[in-house]
Design a protein. Structure first.
Length: 191
């Protein structure tokens, strides 16, 4: 394997033809929209599957393309496509309680894309994705505190702690999905 980490994709999306990269990016943008549709309403921030997709976008697409997929998602929502949780759209959603989480998506995908190629085990893969998740929660909770709640403990409680079990499940799922995709792609002689 020439020093390549055990779980790295043998041919990263970023090295594929431009058309293939564009299709992957569009696919993850659409997957983020679908993740927003799996929503359990909760105030001030709903439970969704978006962060699962964000983590996988960074891991599979790489830093640049993962971030682009999330920028396209945000751009579509800001321009009026009903892509956010609950079918919401517009700049108001970015300025609302969930804005910090949404704005963190490209940064989180980029961070995971930078870290995941160095992962040599399932644990380091999970830690790489955990770093992306931490970015989402840091920016999301900070935004919630600074613009809405104005009480640090209340922001942490309602913007981070309440989601810890849910996001640990998504982090575990993203890690296992990526590990399996990488493992199977290594067996594929066409890659």
């Amino acid at each position: 394997m020439n020093g390549t980490p055990k779980y790295a994709l043998p041919r990263p999306v970023a090295s594929q033809p431009v058309i293939a990269q564009m299709l992957w990016i569009a696919g993850f943008t659409i997957a983020t929209v679908v993740g927003a549709r799996f929503e359990i309403p909760h105030n001030p921030v709903p439970y969704t599957l978006q962060t699962l997709v964000v983590l996988l976008a960074g891991a599979i697409l790489g830093a640049r393309n993962g971030a682009i997929s999330q920028l396209l998602y945000l751009g579509a929502g800001i321009l009026g496509a009903p892509v956010f949780a609950g079918g919401a759209f517009g700049i108001g959603k970015i300025l609302g309680p969930t804005g910090g989480y949404l704005l963190a998506f490209p940064l989180a995908a980029g961070a995971v894309g930078l870290l995941i190629p160095r992962a040599k085990s399932t644990l380091t893969m999970g830690l790489s994705m955990g770093a992306g998740l931490a970015i989402v929660f840091l920016l999301g909770t900070f935004h919630l505190w600074a613009f809405y709640i104005h009480d640090a403990w209340a922001a942490i409680s309602s913007g981070l702690l309440i989601f810890s079990w849910w996001d640990l499940l998504k982090l575990s799922a993203a890690t296992m999905i990526y590990r399996e995709v990488a493992r199977r792609s290594r067996r594929n002689p066409s890659t």
